[in-house]
Every structure is written in structure tokens, then in C-alpha cells.
Ligand binder design. Structure first.
Ligand code: C5P
Length: 221
């Protein structure tokens, strides 16, 4: 249906962005990357020289961020005001700082409200860490996408360094595992909440994983 909400959570390297975009394309739904919203807030706060440890000030400024998420799954965009931040928010300085933003409860309240407003407009595939539990707990389709640590590290190394070798995987390990540990304090995304379907993509191709999620959509709707 045109107003279907599909919620997908998972840790970094689980493949959730690629899977969520493809599912949205197939079902002709919009696509919302909530991680990109936390990253854009991080970029904006650093840009303004705000101390991320000043949680009140950070939350206050976040309430006024002119953040615009483009939800076309073929070409998702992220703008803060007129600035296209799609590239900058993937930099490692942002990945390193984003957990400080994600653990700020005032910021979470603001972003969750914006995510729910976007989801209420029209059908969408929403991906993140707390979508199945907090943002869209009533979505008819809720999926936790997991993958073994080895698989996740290798996928991230590919993403960040263009290849998965022993040295690129090592270079990625710290970033991924530390972010997982930090993130696990804000949302429970390593095990599934009640009623959430688990898809383990460790031994699946992208196509197979997309198929598995589409099968769940069929089963649950
Ligand atoms: O998905 P991605 O790895 O780009 O997310 C970046 C960060 O944003 C995560 O490490 C996490 O700290 C935060 N995040 C969150 N809740 C979400 C999505 C992302 O706290 N729904």
C-alpha cells in the first residue's frame, strides 16, 4: 500500500542502507536514513563550535536545525539549510563524534519527532537503530537486520577503503566496535524486540537479503 511503513534496524555494516533503499525502490516507497539525521546534527553542531558535552545547548540548537531529508530511494539527499552535507557527514570525524549526539536525550526527542512526522506523510522505509522500538513500534513490518561481526567489518572496510583486506579490516575494527558499544547504550538493536523479524545477512547476497525482507512484507501485510 502507498502508506506502508517498513521499519529496519541494525548495527553498522549490517547492510541496512543498501537493503532499505532497494526495498523502497521495489515497493515504490520513500526512504529515510535516520542515521544520516544524527550525522547531520553532529556536522551542524561541530560547524558552530558547540561543545557536544554541553547537552542542553546542543539540544537547543538541534531544535532549530534547518535539516531537509530527500527521501527518493534512487537519490537520497541531506541538506542543512542550502548546504549539501551528504559527503561531509560520512567523514570519520563525524563517525567518531556521532555517538555523543545520539546519546543526548533532548536531541533524540527532537529527531524522533521529525522522523515520525516524515513517516506520517506517506509510505516509507525507515532505517536506523530505534525504528522498530521507538520511532515506529506500530509499523506492520519491523525487521532487525544482523550480520556476524566478521561480515560487518568486511563490508565497512569495503565501503570506507574500497577493498576488504586484513589491513583495511583492522583499520575499521576500532571504529565499528566502539560505535556499536556506544550505540548499545541508546537503543537495543543487537537483539530483536517482541514481534520484530530477524534477518541474518551474514551469508546472503544483497539480492537475497532484499528478497527476504520483501517476503516478510508480503507475509505481514
Ligand atoms: O546508520 P549510521 O551508522 O549512519 O548511524 C550513525 C549513528 O547515528 C549511529 O552510530 C548511532 O549513534 C546514531 N543513530 C541513532 N539512532 C538511529 C540511527 C542512528 O542513535 N535511529
Amino acid at each position: 500500500a502507498a502508506d506502508l511503513v517498513v521499519a529496519i534496524d541494525g548495527p553498522s555494516g549490517s547492510g541496512k542502507s543498501s537493503v532499505a533503499r532497494r526495498v523502497a525502490q521495489v515497493l515504490q516507497l520513500r526512504y529515510l536514513d535516520t542515521g544520516a539525521m544524527y550525522r547531520a546534527v553532529t556536522w551542524w553542531l561541530l560547524e558552530q563550535g558547540v561543545e557536544l558535552t554541553d547537552t542542553e545547548r546542543a539540544a537547543e540548537l538541534t531544535a532549530r536545525i534547518p535539516l531537509r531529508m530527500g527521501t527518493d530511494p534512487q537519490r537520497p539527499t541531506v541538506h542543512v539549510g542550502d548546504v549539501d552535507v551528504a559527503g561531509p557527514i560520512r567523514e570519520s570525524r563525524i563517525s567518531a563524534a556521532v555517538s555523543a549526539v545520539a546519546t543526548n536525550l533532548g536531541i533524540r526527542r527532537e529527531l524522533v519527532a521529525r522522523q515520525q512526522a516524515i513517516a506520517a506523510e506517506r509510505g516509507v522505509v525507515v532505517e536506523g537503530r530505534d525504528i522498530t522500538t521507538v520511532v515506529a513500534p506500530d509499523a506492520p513490518v519491523r525487521v532487525l537486520l544482523t550480520a556476524s561481526e566478521e561480515t560487518r567489518l568486511s563490508r565497512r572496510a569495503n565501503e570506507l577503503h574500497g577493498e576488504s583486506t586484513e589491513s583495511t579490516v583492522e583499520a575499521t575494527r576500532d571504529e565499528v566496535l566502539r560505535r556499536d558499544a556506544d550505540d548499545s547504550t541508546v537503543a537495543r538493536f543487537l537483539d530483536a524486540a517482541e514481534g520484530v523479524d530477524v534477518v541474518d545477512s551474514s551469508h546472503m547476497t544483497l539480492d537475497e537479503t532484499v528478497r527476504a525482507v520483501l517476503d516478510l512484507v508480503e507475509k505481514r501485510t
